[in-house]
Design a protein around this ligand. Structure first.
Ligand code: NAD
Length: 237
């Protein structure tokens, strides 16, 4: 059976992607730095799990050593720090770039040798990569780098028949973003979205499922925004 590796699979979007890919028939290897959470995901999808910090090359090398083949790699693990750039320390910048950018690099470099023609990589970007807003500091530049990395990787792996794309979520309610939706903030945010609601992890997982499928066999080097229309503009108020 084909194997799908999903990073950041302990909760949120990564857990939903694991469920979708398992439903599509993949053997899922759920990966996260939080061992308890990712074991729970693996139980849900009757899959396997690994504890791994994508920011740490040695940890990713151990992950790669433990796998025989990879058909789908979803580089989903990501973090953000709410702070203006002026209030962001060098250590914070380093941490966000190490997980969001270097994490994608480490996993791609270590796992691509286990991938063959017809396999694919899906990276998680964000519509924040171009719609910058105050208060999230280094996160938008980190996701802009993920998009550039996606295209660069697509060019390098195309000749081996490996497709590489990115999905850019908008405002998705997950464990990691729940604080943004407390009180009337959720309704306020929903009003800005052309489709009139904020998103759920499954909205993203279903598009990852499509990009991983043979229906997307001629799609590579693309970024698909899954944001209820936010990248087209804000809804009329
Ligand atoms: N939720 C949104 O609104 C939204 C919007 C745009 C983009 N995204 C992107 O989607 C992805 C998932 O977001 P989410 O909301 O589900 O996040 P989340 O915080 O709910 O979950 C992230 C998971 O990644 C794991 N993780 C973090 N750092 C890791 C590391 N170094 N190594 C391994 N695992 C690590 C965490 O333990 C957690 O289980 C991220 O890349 C995020 O930037 C999310």
């Amino acid at each position: 059976m084909a194997t799908a590796v999903v990073t950041g699979a302990g909760q949120g979007i990564g857990r939903a992607i694991s469920r979708r890919l398992a439903a599509d028939g993949y053997d899922v290897v759920a990966v996260d730095r939080d061992g308890d959470a990712v074991r729970e995901t693996a139980e849900m999808v009757t899959g396997d799990w690994r504890r791994c910090d994508v920011a740490d090359p040695a940890s990713v090398a151990a992950l790669a050593e433990s796998l025989d083949r990879v058909d789908v790699l979803v580089n989903n693990a990501g973090i953000w720090i709410f702070a203006d750039l002026a209030g962001t320390s060098s250590d914070d910048v380093r941490r966000v770039l190490e997980v969001n950018v270097m994490g994608v690099f480490h996993c791609t470099q270590a796992l691509a040798p286990l991938m063959g023609p017809g396999s694919c990589i899906v990276n998680l970007s964000s519509n924040a990569s171009f719609s910058n807003s105050p208060g999230i500091g280094i996160y938008p530049p980190s996701k802009a780098a993920v998009e550039s990395l996606t295209k660069q990787t697509a060019l390098e792996l195309g000749s081996r028949g490996i497709r590489v794309n990115a999905v850019g979520p908008g405002m998705i309610q997950t464990e990691g973003t729940q604080a943004n939706y407390e009180g009337d903030r959720g309704a306020q945010r929903a009003r800005a979205v052309p489709l009139g609601r904020t998103g759920w992890p499954e909205d993203i997982a279903d598009v990852v499922g499509f990009l991983a499928s043979d229906d997307a066999r001629y799609v590579t080097g693309q970024v698909l925004y899954v944001d209820g229309g936010l990248s087209a503009g804000r809804a009329a108020l």
